[in-house]
Design a protein around this ligand. Structure first.
Ligand SMILES: [Cu+2]
Length: 236
């Protein structure tokens, strides 16, 4: 009996300590992330996105040729112009993010704008981590891509982010993948845009499901969805 009691106490002790450790490591990892971001931003000029390597690799696999970067050669007039533009973009993108606000569906179509994060380039994130809309609304969504990489927007059914993400990754071996804009053919996909090129945008219209809940949205360019995702919060 005493032995069992000791076992329970020891187990509880372990639980508490391990929870503390998790929080500690999470905090440490947040700090590390902040440091990395700060060091990126402190560098003059732009950081060459490591993730473009993945994209170039994917392109090589699919098209058999490496992707040609549009970045101008340093020292040229075009490069100075490009640097200026990047700096302006950085200034425009850094202010505080707007709070997501609930739209009123009763006035016809709800207009939403979702942006890929363009700064730092190649971050592979959406600027808005969530959007809020009422169940059954008609939505007109503008997806803007100010990033240097191609991205899309794919809305999935509740809890289907991983399923659709895995289907997207599997498209690396599909020779038709680019034609399909890397959008997997699946009943779990509710709405999607094409693959939107850098500095371009696309507007799509769709009807929000009637069932309230959290509907994940992801970019299905292979490898992006693990970082590049958000939640469409559907309310009653
Ligand atoms: Cu993407």
């Amino acid at each position: 009996m005493a032995f069992t009691a000791f076992g329970v106490v020891a187990w509880l002790g372990f639980k508490v300590t391990s929870a503390d450790n998790d929080a500690y490591y999470e905090q440490k990892s947040e700090e590390r992330k902040a440091k990395v971001m700060a060091s990126h931003q402190s560098q003059e000029g732009e950081v060459i996105p490591e993730n473009s390597d993945l994209e170039a690799f994917a392109d090589t696999l699919i098209n058999g040729k490496p992707q040609i970067t549009k970045k101008p050669v340093p020292g040229t007039e075009a490069f100075n112009e490009w640097m200026k533009k990047q700096a302006e973009k950085q200034a425009a993108n850094s202010p505080v993010k707007p709070e997501p606000k609930e739209e009123n569906p009763k006035e016809g179509v709800v207009e939403l704008t979702l942006k890929a994060l363009g700064n730092p380039p190649g971050t592979m994130k959406f600027e808005q981590a969530d959007l809020i809309v009422k169940a059954g609304s008609k939505v007109k969504l503008k997806f803007e891509n100010p990033d240097l990489l191609q991205h899309n927007f794919v809305l999935t059914k509740i809890g289907k982010k991983e399923v659709v993400g895995a289907l997207a990754d599997a498209m690396l071996t599909d020779p038709e993948a680019l034609k399909k804009h890397y959008v997997p053919k699946s009943d779990d996909v509710i709405a999607s845009t094409k693959l939107v090129n850098p500095t371009q945008s696309e507007v799509i219209e769709f009807t929000v499901p009637n069932e309230p809940g959290d509907y994940p949205y992801i970019c299905t360019f292979p490898g992006h969805w693990r970082l590049m995702s958000g939640i469409l919060k559907v309310t009653k």
